[in-house]
Design a binder for this molecule. Structure first.
Ligand code: SF4
Length: 320
């Protein structure tokens, strides 16, 4: 499969403080992320709130520039914001909240035709035909063309948001927690729709989620992030069957099974994420890790290949 998005050592650092009594510092929201996203595949970026995954989504959709690092879309560099307007056509976003992301004053037809109108694609008649064709693809009825977002359920609204994201035939869809605001019973329907659309349109998904049970459904590859850095990255099957990093293991143990036959009480991850403002030296997970040694608090582990994954941990050989 062809790479459609490549990120190399992306860093997003925000200077903060420095007022009358403020202490200057640097928030390292994303600190050294690399990945390759291929046509027809889904890379899931997983972690707790505050791990940097939503910042990464903003970088991937060209909403903001990284502090350093390189992002290419379809082989084209994105370093110059002058190129963003045309490159953005290839990358669309689906947001978490289908209630807030749709204009309540526009009908479904108007919402779907808007990206075409803004980009001067076709005339009114062809835009309406394209909108109705996309409604078919996402399971909306033609008699719903003139209805407003408030007249739909949460799941239907997310179908509208997905349809809008596909109107310009993007290569990549960045989906930021796209089903976490939906009832569990609806989540699988929307995920199945996304998988069908991926096959039909050869889409690549950068799928941002805190929920491993959702990721298990849709991902091909999984990248686990902690405090702005990837700690484990590998194929979905082996991440779930043989997680290597202690944090990945804890996340999995804390994920309740969607299958009631295998349901057990979820384990909670003790301790809190360290502040991204001047994070501690060494491994950011050390304060929560049962395997931490003195080396862990002194020296930051870099990603290295280990049993088919890349993992950032000093003690893999001893904890395996
Ligand atoms: Fe735990 Fe040390 Fe590995 Fe960090 S480097 S995850 S503290 S064992």
């Amino acid at each position: 499969m062809n790479p459609v998005m490549q990120a190399h050592d992306i860093r997003v650092h925000y200077p903060v403080g420095g007022g009358l009594f403020g202490r200057k510092g640097l928030v390292k929201a994303v600190d050294g992320v690399s990945f390759t996203l291929r046509t027809g595949e889904t890379l899931a970026v997983v972690g707790e709130s505050g791990c940097g995954k939503s910042t990464l989504a903003r970088i991937a959709t060209l909403m903001e520039a990284p502090t350093s690092g390189e992002l290419t879309i379809d082989g084209k560099p994105t370093a110059h914001p002058n190129s963003w307007r045309s490159l953005r056509l290839n990358v669309q976003m689906v947001f978490q909240n289908p209630y807030g992301s749709l204009n309540p004053r526009k009908t479904v037809g108007g919402i779907l035709e808007e990206p075409l109108a803004i980009n001067h694609r076709g005339d009114a008649r062809t835009r309406e035909a394209a909108a109705r064709a996309m409604m078919d693809k996402v399971g909306l009825r033609h008699d719903q063309y003139g209805r407003y977002p408030h007249m739909f359920s949460g799941g239907q609204r997310q179908r509208i948001a997905i349809a809008r994201a596909l109107m310009l035939n993007p290569r990549v869809v960045v989906a930021d927690e796209p089903v976490s605001a939906l009832d569990v019973s609806i989540q699988a329907q929307v995920l199945n729709l996304m998988m069908d659309l991926q096959d039909e349109f050869d889409l690549a998904y950068l799928f941002i989620s805190h929920d491993l049970s959702v990721v298990r459904h849709i991902a091909h590859e999984v990248m686990v992030m902690y405090c702005g850095r990837p700690v484990e990255h590998g194929p979905k099957e082996s991440i779930f069957s043989a997680p290597q990093h202690p944090y990945t293991r804890m996340l999995l143990a804390a994920t309740p099974s969607v299958d009631p036959r295998h349901r057990k009480s979820a384990v909670t991850i003790k301790g809190e994420l360290p502040s991204p403002l001047n994070p501690p030296p060494g491994c950011a997970f050390a304060s929560r890790c049962p395997y931490a040694t003195s080396r862990c608090t002194a020296e930051r582990p870099e990603l290295r290949p280990f049993v088919g994954h890349t993992v950032a941990c000093h003690n893999l050989e001893t904890i395996a």
